[in-house]
Design a protein. Structure first.
Lengths: 109, 114
């Protein structure tokens, strides 16, 4: 599975869009990009995933570059409850997830 | 519907004791995973089951760690002769089938070994 690189921490003002970047330059053609988040003392929560098209659901949007070497998770209107560690995971149809250390997002009132 | 549940949520053990951690996956989910999360780190894979078969145990750190899922639903992770370095959160996840990708995680069991 391809490795990912994320900034260790980010801040975002409440109500503004939070844009979380992820680099995955060694991604291969059949590998999906997954995003999870982990709020303190809870298990990881699924957010969104995609292969090459941009995706949107009720939680977030996922923008994948055309070369698929990077992606951005967008939380359109961040709230205090979005404060969490966000993990970008790239995997194929194998089984385990490789989480890395993620980005710690702090939403500031 | 009910998500993945784990018990106990917190466990304190003295060094050398054996512990058993339980995972109840989402009903009907074929695949089950165990992860270990050390403080300040992301979760790391331990082992994977498809129904009752343990297909991958490459992440188990030593032979003191043992996992089972005898009837293809509930799973137990057992750690024998616990050591201080075993202190971590143990997470369980399940997914619908072998071709599905999204894993759904439980709240974890925080194990502290004194």
């Amino acid at each position: 599975d391809a490795k990912t690189t994320q900034p260790p921490s980010m801040d975002c003002a409440e109500g503004r869009a939070a844009n979380l970047p992820c680099n995955h330059s060694t991604i291969s053609g059949n590998e999906y990009v997954y995003w999870y988040r982990q709020i303190h003392s809870q298990g990881p929560q699924y957010i969104i995933h995609g292969l090459k098209n941009n995706e949107t659901n009720e939680m977030a949007s996922l923008i994948i570059t055309e070369d698929r070497k990077s992606s951005t998770l967008i939380l359109p209107h961040a709230t205090l409850r979005d404060t969490a560690v966000y993990y970008c995971i790239v995997r194929s149809t194998g089984n385990q997830f490789y989480f890395g250390t993620g980005t710690s997002l702090t939403v500031i009132p | 519907g009910a998500g993945v549940s784990q018990s106990p949520r917190y466990k304190v053990a003295k060094r050398g004791q054996d512990v058993a951690l339980r995972c109840d996956p989402i009903s009907g989910h074929v695949s089950l995973f165990w992860y270990q999360q050390a403080l300040g780190q992301g979760p790391e894979f331990l082992t994977y089951f498809q129904n009752e078969a343990q297909l991958d145990k490459s992440g188990l750190p030593s032979d003191r760690f043992f996992a089972e899922r005898p009837e293809g639903s509930v799973s137990t992770l057992k750690i024998q002769r616990t050591q201080q370095e075993d202190s971590a959160v143990y997470l369980c996840a399940s997914r619908t089938g072998t071709n599905a990708n999204t894993q759904y995680f439980g709240p974890g069991t925080r194990l502290t070994v004194l």
